[in-house]
Design a protein around this ligand. Sequence first.
Ligand SMILES: [Zn+2]
Length: 301
Amino acid sequence: MSDHRDTGAEADDVRRFWKGLGLPGLVDVHTHFMPERVLHKVWAYFDALGPLTGGVEWPITYRKEEGERAAVLRAFGVRAFTAMLYPHKPGMARWLNDWAAGFAGRTPDCLHTSTLFPEPGVAVYVREAVEAGARVFKAHVQVGAYDPADEALDAAWGLLAEAGVPVVIHCGSGPAPGKYTGPEPVARVLARHPRLRLVIAHLGMPEYEDFLDLAERYGQVRLDTTMAFTDFSERMAPFPRRALPRLAALGDRILLGSDFPNIPYPYVHQLHALERLGLGEEWLRRVCHDNAAGLFGLSGR
Ligand SMILES: [Zn+2]
């Protein structure tokens, strides 16, 4: 288990990666922090996956308490990270947002994160969150089991588009499909809100090319790398090699994401998985730092 891993040696590996690129550190747009009892439920879900999925084990590499997890990211040189959290039912988002505001308040390197759900009052609490300084939102279409194009969300999307606040949205059908996962519901959202800054989580895994289509069509759509290209994901949902040139061309709209701490391998593997794509150092600099630094107005390199 991870408790026995030497964080110092691992931090050296991560730091060697970004220093070698001449970067001041990493920006990771997809890390999970949430109230402890919610996080423990998420971990219980992953723990149960082996028997449920016919053998795919998902050991959580960084099963530590909250302060230790933030300290690990700092030791890695992650300059800014997020607190991705999401409700699975109505009446929960506002509470999560209150928690996330507190977490961001005591964690200056966390980009204040909020979430939303199709329910009465969503536009009100989304506006309040933006006014309170939320820098990024998270939406989880599979866990929430809702249509992102649900009319109940329309005003909230409009507000976020206008405010230019990015929304990391888990909308691909991996690792498990949902009734509303896949590109089609998101395409309907973008048709109504073409300037909405959606960040497609997991690069849209496994519907990579459909989501690349959307990014090519809508200039404010971005994709995060979370778990993509790793040995773990390539076994289940390989990224099609023929789409690599499109990834290169979208180099200013791909953002490093990791899914820390809920990953079944060491953090540095995500970085090496990006490096071995062979898209070059300038692409890596943009993806691992510059694109997100620009998007969130952090100091440059
Ligand atoms: Zn995630």
